[in-house]
Design a protein around this ligand. Structure first.
Ligand code: ASP
Length: 323
């Protein structure tokens, strides 16, 4: 069996962003009433004996409960990731993060950087102080993957399962294996330091850091509106009347369907120049086909579709400035 020490690979930089993996509770029995984002990334690394012999660096980029993640932190994180991945001696970067918005951060980094080296996100469902904390094993697995020969792209590893970052979805509020990559399934898994791959590495061309540089001043405002029994679209009209909404994601029912009143309001938004995407409030499955005026989000989750529109708004704003 291949151990971490035997695995090929060079230096790994671990960037801490907070989350439950860095969470602390008063009691080792408490996996609910803890405070996320309390423990520094250097302490998390030091707590894993198998990491001690490896060439690692740790850097704290942020310290937040990921429910409070912001585009400004994404921008800062993307810059630090790009900086470290450009260093020839660095084999890969690991990011420790909360689970709640992990799919958004992963999708953002995938679309902006699409790195040719591995960028591995990991997280935990139990705080670091829990009797059976899952963070240390997840961190060890993430470093193993970041040093794996040929690994590339944005990846996530949790509970031994490896996912393409761009396809990641949090699908359970409590389970240790709380994630999925939809119908295509995980990219592979890690058992006792041995990685088995079932799918291709993530592909794609990143938009690049300059594409998000101008956003520091003002990030676009992209709202999410959910379809439900009795949805009448007045919330969309309120957004349009208020002004300042740059794009809207519709969390449709089933295959992205909208109640007649909400659909009419969505079309009014499009007519007013507000781009939209229709995703699904189902936890699993794509949105396909349908109305060209109200485009489908495909395989993107509601939260990822929001990131996609955020990036599209930035790019079109840049086009307006340079065009
Ligand atoms: N609220 C936490 C976070 O997302 C949950 C977790 O990490 O599991 O930071």
């Amino acid at each position: 069996m291949q151990s971490v020490e035997k695995a090929a690979g060079g230096r790994v930089v671990i960037l801490g962003c907070g989350g439950t993996i860095a969470g602390r509770a008063e009691s080792d029995q408490d996996t609910v009433g803890y405070r996320a984002a309390e423990i520094g990334v250097d302490v998390l690394v030091a707590a894993v004996p198998a990491l001690r012999a490896l060439p690692l660096e740790a850097e704290q980029v942020a310290q937040v409960d990921s429910k409070d993640m912001t585009p400004a932190i994404w921008q800062q994180l993307a810059a630090r990731v790009a900086f470290h991945l450009a260093r020839p001696e660095v084999a890969g970067v690991v990011v420790t993060h909360g689970t709640d918005t992990l799919e958004e951060t992963a999708y953002f980094l995938h679309r902006v950087l699409a790195p040719s080296k591995p960028l591995v996100l990991t997280a935990a469902m139990r705080p670091a102080t829990a009797l059976m904390a899952d963070g240390p094993q997840n961190l060890l697995d993430a470093v193993t993957l970041a040093r794996h020969p040929g690994a590339r792209g944005v990846l996530a590893v949790i509970g031994g399962e490896v996912y393409p970052g761009g396809e990641l979805r949090k699908v359970h509020s409590r389970r240790l294996r709380a994630f999925s990559a939809g119908d295509a399934g995980p990219l592979g898994r890690i058992d006792d330091g041995r990685f088995e791959r079932w799918r291709d590495w993530p592909a794609g061309v990143g938009l690049g850091l300059p594409a998000i540089a101008a956003a520091a001043a003002k990030w676009p405002r992209v709202e999410i509106v959910t379809n439900h029994a009795g949805a009448d679209g007045r919330i969309v009209d309120a957004l349009l009347a208020q002004g300042g909404v740059d794009a809207i994601v519709f969390a449709g029912t089933g295959n992205g369907t909208l109640a007649l009143g909400l659909e009419a309001a969505a079309l009014r938004a499009v007519a007013a120049g507000v781009p939209v995407l229709r995703a699904s409030r189902c936890g699993w499955g794509p949105v396909l086909g349908g109305n060209a005026a109200l485009p489908a989000a495909g395989a993107l989750s509601v939260a990822q579709a929001r990131v996609e529109l955020l990036l599209r708004c930035l790019i079109s704003a840049q086009g307006d400035r340079t065009g």
